[in-house]
Write a protein that binds this ligand. Structure first.
Ligand code: PHE
Ligand code: CA
Ligand code: ZN
Ligand code: ZN
Ligand code: ZN
Length: 296
């Protein structure tokens, strides 16, 4: 898998910050900063050769949008989906939550195009609207699929908050091996978790499990029996002394700017963003399998 440039990921975060600043300070559902965020991501993917689609839905009297981007090729009956919510809360620009996952996935999608990756599985990326109002966009997407279309999605990777300033390295506990109490996910979730875990083992960074309870956009996927997994660097919770020994940082909240106006480009741990973006690429390359088109 390619090494994802954290410089490039951060450049996307700067653009999302600028969009918020130009649109009343946020990128929330029903606000102009949200649609501008969709347009930013869509333009880059279109130019890279993705087939994109903007899916509209209505929530709370406002139109919301999901951006769906298919990478041409691969077995569509064995589709790997990679998603992140692109909306913020109204309180702030939402750079860690969830510019981070959105930008990491975007840079991985662009790396797929740049390297001419031709995976065995079909790849589809999704940027979800209105997660902050109750997973509305991802739910609308899954509900829009026929039973046959749902069956074609054989895995879903979710990235929501991957650059917290006082980070932990949490993997959704799809196998319940950490006894987070949220139970094993659909069969196949354990393989996703172990693939992400293998990356962190390779760079010598310990991971821990976190609740696989549906508190982000993988919820509607696992509710429909689709295996899922993902990374999370922590939100309003506090890092314990044991976790400080494991990961460094301080025994305070993982993200003191969670859902606040200070969730800006200053609210990012670059090392976590870099490691996690590289982990996304590793998981996509490993789980999708396949090779690279030689240059003509
Ligand atoms: N979905 C939460 C939010 O956007 C953050 C979160 C992500 C919580 C992953 C737990 C696990 O506010
Ligand atoms: Ca990197
Ligand atoms: Zn979030
Ligand atoms: Zn949030
Ligand atoms: Zn586990």
């Amino acid at each position: 898998a390619p090494d994802i440039s954290v410089t490039n990921v951060k450049a996307h975060l700067t653009q999302l910050q600028n969009i918020a600043t130009a649109n009343g300070g946020n990128r929330a559902h029903g606000r102009p900063g949200y649609l501008a965020s969709v347009t930013y991501v869509k333009n880059l993917l279109d130019a890279a050769g993705y087939t994109t689609r903007q899916q509209s839905f209505t929530y709370n009297g406002a139109t919301g949008y999901n951006l769906i981007a298919d990478w041409p090729g691969g077995d569509t009956a064995n589709t790997l989906m990679i998603g992140a919510h692109l909306d913020s809360v109204t309180a702030g620009p939402g750079i860690n939550d969830n510019g981070s996952g959105s930008a990491g996935n975007l840079e991985v999608a662009l790396a797929v195009a740049r390297t001419g990756f031709q995976p065995d599985r079909h790849l589809r990326f999704g940027w979800w609207g209105a997660e902050e109002l109750g997973l509305r966009g991802s739910t609308a997407y899954v509900n829009s699929l026929t039973t046959a279309q749902k069956r074609e999605i054989t895995g879903y990777l979710n990235f929501d908050m991957i650059g917290s300033p006082n980070p932990g390295y949490f993997l959704y506990d799809g196998d319940n091996s950490d006894n987070t109490g949220s139970g094993p996910g659909p069969a196949g979730s354990a393989q996703i978790e172990s693939t992400l875990a293998a990356y962190f083992t390779s760079i010598g960074v310990p991971t821990r499990g976190t609740d696989f309870d549906g508190r982000s956009d993988y919820g509607p996927f696992i509710a429909n029996g689709i295996p899922a997994g993902g990374i999370f660097t922590g939100a309003e919770g506090r890092k314990t002394a044991a976790q400080v020994s494991l990961w460094g940082g301080t025994a305070t909240t993982f993200d003191p700017c969670y859902h606040s106006s200070c969730d800006t480009t200053a609210n990012i741990n670059d090392t976590a963003l870099d490691r996690n973006s590289d982990a996304i690429a590793y998981a996509v390359w490993t789980l999708a399998a396949g090779g690279t088109t030689p240059p003509p």
